[in-house]
Design a protein around this ligand. Structure first.
Ligand SMILES: [Zn+2]
Length: 373
């Protein structure tokens, strides 16, 4: 066998980070439950609704969602600071100072707040206005919501990390060849500016007009050679060719439909608890969020399994297009090191939390394809 992907202290750090991922998930589940208890059985939700105008008007509902979201974020704030800043700083994954990190975090929270306010006020308005047709109306609403999010995705990709011209004609030419072979339109190749903020590397395709824009992080360019980047982009192109984004959006749409229906019934079933008046009451939002959290843990298992399969398929596509296993292996070894990814996490952690197969498995699968074609 070849040399281990990670060794010594680096391996230990990667394994510890893996365990911390489990802890951080447990914390966020626990705190969702705590928030629910404070707001529903203990009555904070109905008190807040009454203090903010009774929840009968758009303004009153909007204020409720905003205040509730801010309070929930404050409850989880220490955990975000620990896992998002302290731990990343300790492992030298983050280069920003606290203020820089906090500003980015607040910016993301502000965008999340706008998005979730529109979503939740929209849903509760549908529940109130259409007592018999709440389900089809909310499905139509989330369809529009998904379309808008897809349209905004290139902007969201640049929210924390800006982009700049790549200025690497050789790499651009190689990427153009990959796209032409796949019959896909390449609109431009850009550098994704990660290096001033974090150590990790990444690459992505984002929609740009009728074609795709390729984003390659400067950190990836530093640690992977041109052939390796070509393999990584062939993998990303594989997702495009296999229509994986569309598939995961359809999956998300059905999960949302399930979560909306289940939370509607849960809100009515718990009507009366802590002064909450069923699914037409904005004060029932914490019930909806608890149902969303529990169900997304469950549907997440299926989602992760689906995406892990899509990852193998995209790796296979990359091997077929580039026929360059040595570059694949070099690239993934470098990625494991840069991202401090445990190359071989426990099986249950992979099933629960990972939407990518472990790097050890991906390299082994690619090696087999390289031999069999
Ligand atoms: Zn992928």
């Amino acid at each position: 066998m070849s040399q281990a992907i990670l060794e010594g202290e680096t391996l230990k750090t990667a394994q510890r980070r893996e365990l911390e991922k489990v802890h951080s998930n447990l914390w966020s589940l626990g705190l969702t439950l705590v928030t629910f208890i404070i707001f529903v059985p203990l009555g904070a939700s109905s008190a807040l609704r009454d203090a903010l105008g009774g929840g009968d008007t758009l303004l009153s509902m909007t204020l409720f969602v905003i205040v509730f979201s801010v309070v929930s974020s404050l409850i989880t704030f220490p955990i975000s600071v620990y896992y998002g800043f302290t731990r990343e700083k300790r492992d030298e994954m983050l280069k920003q100072d606290f203020m820089g990190w906090l500003l980015d975090d607040l910016k993301q929270m502000a965008v999340g707040l706008v998005v979730s306010t529109i979503l939740f006020v929209g849903l509760f308005s549908a529940f109130r206005a259409f007592p018999d047709l709440w389900f089809p109306v909310s499905l139509a609403g989330i369809t529009v919501f998904f379309a808008v999010m897809l349209f905004l995705s290139p902007k969201l990709a640049r929210m924390r990390f800006k982009s700049a011209p790549l200025e690497n004609p050789e790499l651009e030419a190689r990427i153009q060849v990959l796209f032409s072979k796949a019959g896909q339109k390449l609109s431009k190749v850009s550098k994704w500016v990660f290096g001033e903020k974090i150590k990790q590397g990444n690459a992505a395709l984002v929609p740009d007009g009728l074609g795709s824009e390729v984003l390659i992080s400067d950190t990836l360019m530093e640690s992977i050679d041109t052939e390796g980047i070509e393999v990584v982009l062939a993998h990303e192109l594989g997702h495009r060719v296999h229509k994986d984004i569309q598939k995961s959006m359809i999956f998300a749409w059905f999960s949302f439909a399930l979560m909306i229906a289940a939370s509607y019934f849960a809100m009515n079933a718990l009507s009366g608890m802590g002064g909450i008046r069923g699914a037409t009451d904005i004060a029932a939002l914490p019930i909806l969020l608890l149902v969303f959290t529990v169900l997304s843990e469950i549907t997440g298992l299926a989602r992760n399994a689906m995406i892990r399969r899509a990852e193998y398929a995209a790796d296979r596509y990359a091997m077929q297009q580039t026929k360059n296993f040595p570059a694949f292996e070099r690239a993934f070894r470098a990625l494991a090191k840069d991202n401090l990814s445990d190359p071989n996490p426990p099986e249950w952690v992979e099933i629960w939390l990972h939407d990518h197969p472990s790097i050890e498995k991906r390299i082994a699968a690619a090696r087999a394809w390289a031999q069999t074609g």
